[in-house]
Write a protein that binds this ligand. Structure first.
Ligand SMILES: Nc1ncnc2c1ncn2[C@@H]1O[C@H](COP(=O)(O)O)[C@@H](O)[C@H]1OP(=O)(O)O
Ligand SMILES: [Mg+2]
Length: 446
């Protein structure tokens, strides 16, 4: 068993700082106490500038009485950035990347929802894979079009290759019929993404742009157009996933989860894995390294890139009350090992099963607590597009993500996480304990 690397186990530098409204309260108190003194000194020093003195005192007075404005100014100045609650993300870097990632995921999510309602409903029993294929290719083409328009020099690692499409003219035209009509409701947002794809050949060409080998150098986007295909067909959980890595480090992540409840405070329930396509569903998670993570309703319009609701993992004082989530597919994560780990930790509630990176989003906002992915096959290598966005979103919400050996996920090796085995994602404070029990249970296999 390899021991956890201390370097890799350091808390993310980008974990959100604990929100501290008290710093803003303190500053208001200071301003309140010194306001009369400031006004007095100014009027003594500059008796002729009565109007300026009055405006200044009015301004300070407004700050004292409007905490929202005060904290907004503090955030802008970054003076108290470590301690003010992040009602919005103030970005000094990756602002455009975040905006395009969010809009591209929104647009692709519109396509996946249309595919579900027009083609996928009721196909599960027939084991018909074509709606998945249509949704996968269509969403990938739309996301790559947006990336190519905005960041033409960036490399892209995406799940689908167009070879299958090139042999199947029927499939190609079905996909094009959908793709050509998908757009955001807001014209300016559509323009930001470069507008519609020109024609069917351009669409096929775009799909193939996702063939980068990945690696440790430069800017690389990872795309999973529909993660959790079985969940998608069930009307359960799936995710449209996009992340930007720079020199192997995830900087920006966006996850569109069309079937998760919008309400961040809704705890996970066992029914979450199916029939979740009604009103009140659809969440867009995002994170930028060093700036926290946020959620918002998955919309069809333009976005204020810095707005959204900051999310954080739930503080767990008692691990026996923790809420686990795991894959629906026993072939993707060992249900037996998960049950043994739960038992050792004294957890009695059954794990909530759901497909896709919606698991990462769910624990990041405290709807669930811990996500384990326990290897079933000795040879399977996880794909970077299945983890990059979720890894950042959880770490930016106050969590830690490692593999079962305690190593941080390494996105710099290529298209797969060849240096890792499994996933252990949990709030930072309990991650070590959870990992210990994971290793105890898996000791025979490690
Ligand atoms: N043996 C395996 N172990 C772990 N993950 C797997 C395995 N086989 C496939 N996967 C991947 O699991 C992901 C879904 O995860 P989840 O169960 O959490 O929803 C899919 O992207 C799928 O990849 P693929 O798209 O190649 O089938
Ligand atoms: Mg996937």
């Amino acid at each position: 068993m390899s021991s956890p690397s201390p370097h890799k186990l350091l808390p993310s530098a980008c974990s959100p700082s604990p929100a501290s409204p008290s710093s803003s309260r303190k500053l208001r108190l200071i301003l309140f106490l010194f306001l009369p003194a400031i006004v007095l000194i100014l009027s003594l020093l500059f008796p002729s500038t009565g109007a300026a003195t009055a405006s200044l005192s009015l301004f300070i007075g407004r700050l004292v009485h409007q905490p929202g404005q005060l904290s907004s100014i503090l955030r802008q100045t970054r003076f108290f950035s470590q301690h003010t609650p992040a009602a919005t993300m103030r970005l000094d870097k990756y602002e455009k990347e975040l905006q395009i990632a969010q809009l591209a995921v929104q647009r692709a999510s519109i396509l996946t929802k249309r595919v579900f309602h027009e083609k996928a409903k009721g196909t599960v029993d027939k084991n018909d894979k074509s709606p998945v294929t249509i949704g996968d290719f269509g969403a990938q083409a739309l996301i790559i079009a947006a990336l190519q328009h905005n960041f033409p020099g960036d490399a892209i690692v995406a799940e689908e290759e167009s070879a299958k499409l090139k042999e199947d003219a029927n499939l190609k035209s079905t996909i094009w019929d959908l793709v050509k009509d998908i757009k955001l409701d807001d014209a300016a947002a559509e323009e930001l993404l470069g507008g519609p794809i020109k024609d069917v050949d351009a669409m096929v060409e775009l799909i193939d742009k996702g063939n980068s080998p990945g690696g440790s150098q430069g800017r690389i986007w990872a795309i999973d157009p529909i993660d959790g295909t079985k969940g998608f067909l069930r009307g359960g959980q799936y995710a449209v996933c996009l992340a930007l890595m720079v020199d192997g480090d995830v900087k920006v992540g966006a996850l569109g989860c069309p079937n998760l409840p919008i309400d961040d405070s809704a705890r996970l329930t066992t029914g979450i894995g199916e029939n979740q396509t009604d009103e009140g569903h659809g969440v867009l998670f995002s994170a930028v390294q060093g700036h926290g993570a946020m959620s918002r309703a998955l919309a069809t319009v333009n976005l204020d890139v810095e707005a959204g609701t900051p999310i954080s993992m739930r503080a767990i004082d008692d691990l026996t009350k923790a809420n686990f989530c795991e894959s629906v597919e026993a072939g993707h994560s060992s249900h037996g090992d998960q049950a043994a780990i739960s038992q050792k930790l004294g957890i009695t509630a059954p794990s909530v099963r759901m497909d896709s990176q919606a698991k990462y989003g769910s624990i990041a906002r405290g709807a669930g607590d811990i996500y384990l992915r326990l290897p079933v096959s000795a040879t399977y290598q996880e794909k970077i597009w299945d983890h990059a966005a979720g890894d950042l979103i959880v770490r930016e919400s106050g969590g830690q993500v490692t593999d079962i050996h305690g190593k941080r996920l390494d996105f710099s090796i290529g298209r797969t996480l060849a240096g890792n085995k499994g996933v252990v994602a949990a709030p930072l404070a309990v991650h070590g304990k959870v990992l210990e029990v994971v290793q105890e249970v898996l000791s025979a296999k490690l």
